[in-house]
Design a protein. Structure first.
Ligand SMILES: Cc1cc2nc3c(=O)[nH]c(=O)nc-3n(C[C@H](O)[C@H](O)[C@H](O)COP(=O)(O)O)c2cc1C
Length: 163
């Protein structure tokens, strides 16, 4: 990691975002915090941490551990909870009711966007269903299954409204 930081030193980069996993891991196993710490201590560029930040507490811990960070990047955490960044900024996690309301707003906007840009039910379902791999991970499993198996928009929306 120190070598990687030394290499980055020579590159005219505005910012570096580091997700401390190797490609082979994909999303499996732990993020390598030790390697991130080594890179952080050597890196002269503005640095952003990315990886496995799922809660407000996760974000706080990383910011405390690495005070010189330029920021954090949220991936799956933000897909699971589209209000995660807001909850972090406000300092209070959302209740499950508030979260559900936010997800509904997010889902409706997303749906309207794809309705305006895609043609046909099959395409629309193909775009919307994969979001449920991430959205509301703690939601009722039967409802999630009905969403994923829906073959028409009518069935899809009926399942979503049961959440
Ligand atoms: C649905 C999805 C799509 C992604 N697409 C890209 C991509 O196009 N390019 C990229 O560099 N990383 C992509 N990533 C990886 C993320 O940028 C991020 O590095 C990774 O998800 C780890 O962060 P997380 O633990 O916060 O999810 C994607 C991740 C997910 C879950």
């Amino acid at each position: 990691m120190a070598r990687a930081a030394a290499f980055a030193e020579c590159c005219p980069l505005r910012q570096i975002t580091l997700h401390p996993r190797i490609g082979k891991q994909q999303y499996k196993g732990e993020v390598d915090r030790e390697s991130f710490a080594a890179f952080y201590s050597e890196c002269a560029h503005p640095l952003v941490y990315n990886g496995d930040l799922l809660t407000v507490d996760d974000i706080r811990k990383v910011e405390e551990a690495y005070p010189r960070l330029e920021g954090v990047m949220l991936g799956r955490g933000l897909l699971a909870n589209p209000a995660l960044a807001r909850a972090f900024a406000d300092g209070t996690p959302l209740s499950s009711r508030e979260l559900l309301d936010k997800v509904r707003v997010f889902h409706t906007r997303l749906l309207h966007y794809y309705e305006a840009h895609l043609q046909g039910e099959v395409q629309l379902l193909g775009k919307m269903k994969p979001y449920w791999e991430y959205l509301l991970p703690d939601a009722d499993k039967k409802i999630k299954k009905a969403i994923k198996k829906a073959t028409t928009m009518e069935k899809y929306l009926a399942a979503v409204s049961r959440l």
